[in-house]
Design a protein. Sequence first.
Length: 114
Amino acid sequence: VQLQASGGGLVRPGGSLRLSCAASGTNLSSKTIGWYRQAPGKQREFAAGMSSGGDLNYVDSLEGRFAVSRDNAKNTAYLQMNSLKPEDTAVYYCKIRYWGRDIWGQGTQVTVSS
């Protein structure tokens, strides 16, 4: 089972990015998907998630700007990030639970800077 995160990059404040998390070896539609981020010098923290039933969960500071979605046909989850701020700069990771283990994607760098 592997997760492949992609879509990061350099964006100006106020801009948007869409991160992707492609899964192999398991069906994402039956999993709770979490998006986490780790800013420089800080611990990794939960950002947003979607349960297998489609329930969404966001940290308060991101609700309204970030949106999690999933394309079952592509077995891929997404994190749409809008109105990006410099404090959103971080490495972003996706994660699922698989047979009691956390499976992490490799992380994708998002840098918000003018």
